[in-house]
Design a protein around this ligand. Structure first.
Ligand code: AMP
Length: 417
């Protein structure tokens, strides 16, 4: 029997993983700059946590979650996104009592049983940030800046930011009514999916990808034109701050996003390099969510970004870096005593932080040299009976071909750049 990875999951192999590490380093660096601290939460949670936060009627909860009963008959779910888990931890550990504002970030795997296609996986990875405890529009804008800084830091230049306001519990209900009234007029001609949404989640009809739906809803009222004073002012401030930081953006009155918990600001960052699944990141404000999950009323805002999408955009922009591991030294050994010596020496040098390789396959010297070449070792030394007896060996610089005689007690100094 041959085993294969599960549909919609991917192995990240050596050669590719170096780019992941570079992206992770950029994420840690940028997050540190904004003074966000990393948080790591479990892979699975109680199912109800996600149903409650993301919303029972969303695509994620109704169709996509990996939900199972464990042996104690408890319903568990592999996390489809991180915000709910972060807020669960925030409430559980009383983080709000320790500091007035909690700023955290994460990088990790998420799970959704979606139809696999280019850029859409069932186990994918997200990085993101959450700021809990302030309703300042500065933080809404900070979320977009963090994401954009990470892209720029990685060398991705092509992206666009769209923002919208989805209102709040004060202004949304009246708007929703107005929208439903309008949608009812053309209800029967809408796609079956949108027809179902008119009842449960009418705002999402507006971001339907179906062309006919788009045509039919062309003149539908938009939330951004029906905001209450508070939401309206917040939206104006977000725009002013984006302008002040010279961040190009457009307003997209149809941007809703697939999660129920947003209030006020919603945003999305897309890249033309990504094709049909063009979303790099999305986020927004969730001022009611902490309370909804059992905490004290606390405003919050966050974003989540796809790692795989970032890497696709990076590849398209041509800035994927050198994939080599930077092997400094290959010690080729001619006989058994030399192999023993090489093993001990390699350990010693590795302890000092050098990347060193030896032969484990009993290969001939010639074949060891070929291997050193294949692995692009910077230096090779060859040791055998004579070298061990004299305490010196030839050090070959593989880039220049130059050979020098080396004291075997001073390898570290000779190969250090
Ligand atoms: P969401 O949590 O749905 O707002 O998604 C935030 C970001 O995660 C998206 O903009 C994508 O970059 C990424 N993402 C979401 N779902 C997937 C998926 N199934 N496969 C790969 N990336 C995804």
């Amino acid at each position: 029997m041959k085993f294969k990875s599960i549909k919609g999951t991917r192995d990240i192999l050596p050669g590719e993983v170096e780019t992941w590490q570079r992206a992770e380093a950029a994420i840690h660096r940028v997050m540190r700059g904004y003074n966000y601290r990393e948080i790591r939460t479990p892979i699975f949670e109680q199912t109800a946590l996600f149903a409650r936060s993301i919303g029972e009627l969303t695509d994620i909860v109704s169709k996509e979650m990996y939900t199972f009963k464990d042996r104690s008959d408890e319903s568990l779910t592999l996390k489809p996104e991180e915000t709910a888990s972060v807020l669960r931890a925030y409430i559980q550990h009383g983080l709000g009592e320790q500091a007035p504002l909690t700023k955290v970030y994460y990088i990790g795997p998420m799970f959704r049983q979606e139809r696999p296609q280019a850029g859409r996986l069932r186990q994918f990875h997200q990085f993101g940030a959450e700021a809990v405890g302030s309703s300042s529009p500065h933080l809404d804008v900070e979320m977009t800046l963090i994401a954009l800084d990470i892209y720029r830091n990685m060398g991705i230049q092509q992206f666009s930011l769209a923002i919208n306001s989805v209102g709040c519990e004060k202004c949304r209900p009246a708007y929703k009514q107005k929208l439903v009234q309008e949608l009812r007029k053309t209800h029967d001609r809408l796609s079956p999916e949108s027809q179902a949404r008119v009842r449960h989640n009418p705002l999402r009809v507006l971001d339907s990808k179906d062309e006919r739906d788009q045509q039919l809803t062309k003149h539908a009222p938009l939330m951004k034109d029906h905001l209450c004073t508070e939401c309206g002012e917040h939206f104006v401030q977000v725009q002013a701050l984006l302008k002040a930081t010279r961040t190009p953006f457009k307003i997209d009155g149809r941007l809703v996003r697939g999660l129920d918990y947003y209030t006020k600001t919603a945003f999305e960052i897309t890249s033309p390099a990504l094709g049909s699944q063009d979303a790099l990141a999305g986020g927004g404000r969730y001022d009611l969510l902490v309370e909804e999950l059992g905490g004290k009323p606390t405003p919050g805002v966050g974003f989540a970004a796809g790692m795989e999408r970032l890497l696709i955009a990076l590849e398209k922009s041509g800035s994927v870096s050198d994939k080599s591991v930077n092997l400094i030294l290959f010690i080729a050994a001619a006989d058994e005593p030399a192999r023993q010596w090489a093993f001990v020496k390699a350990h010693e040098l590795r302890m000092k932080g050098l990347t060193v390789e030896i032969d484990y396959l009993d290969r001939s010297l010639k074949s060891q040299m070929r291997e050193a070449n294949r692995q692009q070792a910077r230096y090779v030394i060859v040791v055998g009976e004579n070298e061990l007896a004299s305490g010196s060996a030839k050090l070959k610089n593989m880039q220049t071909g130059e050979e020098t005689v080396l004291d075997l007690g001073a390898i570290e100094k000779a190969v250090k750049v």
